[in-house]
Design a binder for this molecule. Structure first.
Ligand code: 13P
Ligand code: SF4
Length: 296
């Protein structure tokens, strides 16, 4: 199946992009695996005719926002992000008005319609840079309250929170981390900024998923506890087979990130099913927010 997919992708001039949380067999056939920022930059730059996005819905939508002339395929359209569903454009516009029209920073884990009513997007890799680029002392951040609190702790700006969160990162507790540290006393603890503030307070480093891979390579430590979705264990262990990685908690398993199969990818490429598009007036407004982030 892996060989058949590669041949078909070549024949159709398609590129396969996979998020770092995707199942191992999908990461193995992808042309690029990465975090949300790397995947959006690649989606904006590629000259392929088709992008097969192995991730969740908002990622494929972002690829379409950036490259509407291309065919964007999400091989299983059931793959969504529960956090992205925690904000909608009408409630967000109302909140922005209530706060006196202060700028809105929206995490890429959001729908195109939400991005369209936002000033700029951010990812876990660039959130502090994006916050500091805003010409206002007050900002509304959506949908992730944990990412917003992490940004607030690293800037003098006042950040208003939206009550959204990743149902998996948000379940990690300080007790889980203290237990993992006790079990692996020499390991360095790296956390994703979607984790709650009390967990981030225990971290040796706070990183996006690709940031974790880079950090582990540069660190003198030989073992690490990962405070993120357990899918990252595969690419990080594959990159550094001589180092050891432990999950901070096995609870951090995102079912949506595991919905795409090799069979889905083959069918989607062969029959062009699972195509993701965004209405042009929404796309244009959303592009403003995404492009500002990419330019930065
Ligand atoms: P990054 O890979 O950008 O750190 O994002 C994590 C995530 O939750 C994607 O859904
Ligand atoms: Fe969304 Fe969390 Fe799953 Fe990422 S891990 S797709 S933020 S629910």
């Amino acid at each position: 199946m892996k060989e058949k997919i590669k041949q078909l992708a070549k024949k159709k001039n398609a590129i396969i992009l996979a998020h770092n949380y995707q199942p191992p067999e999908i990461q193995d056939i992808a042309d690029l695996c990465g975090d949300s920022l790397e995947l959006s930059i690649k989606a904006a730059k590629t000259d392929a005719d088709i992008i097969v996005f192995c991730g969740v819905h908002f990622m494929a939508e972002t690829a379409f926002i950036l490259s509407p002339e291309k065919t964007i395929l999400l091989p299983n359209t059931d793959a969504g992000c529960p956090m992205a569903d925690m904000v909608d454009p009408i409630s967000l516009a109302a909140k922005k008005k209530e706060l006196g029209n202060i700028p809105v920073i929206t995490y890429v884990n959001s729908s195109a319609a939400v991005k369209a009513v936002s000033d700029i997007c951010c990812t876990s890799a660039n959130v502090i840079k994006v916050v500091n680029s805003i010409d206002s002392d007050e900002i509304l951040m959506t949908p992730d309250k944990n990412l917003a609190q992490y940004a607030a702790a690293n800037t003098s700006k006042k950040i208003h929170l939206w009550d959204g969160y990743c149902p998996f990162h948000n379940t990690l507790t300080s007790q889980d981390v203290l237990k993992a540290k006790k079990d692996h006393p020499k390991a360095c603890f790296i956390a994703h900024p979607e984790c709650p503030p009390e967990v981030l307070a225990l971290a040796d480093s706070i990183q996006s998923t690709s940031g974790m891979i880079k950090f582990a390579g540069e660190s003198e430590h030989s073992s690490f506890i990962l405070g993120t979705e357990t899918g990252l264990l595969y690419p990080i262990s594959k990159t550094y087979p001589q180092k050891t990685f432990y999950p901070a908690s096995k609870k951090m398993y995102c079912k949506d990130m595991k919905k795409i199969t090799l069979e889905n990818i083959f069918d989607s490429l062969e029959n062009l099913t699972g195509e993701i598009k965004v209405e042009e007036n929404i796309r244009k407004d959303a592009l403003g927010a995404v492009q500002k982030m990419i330019d930065l």
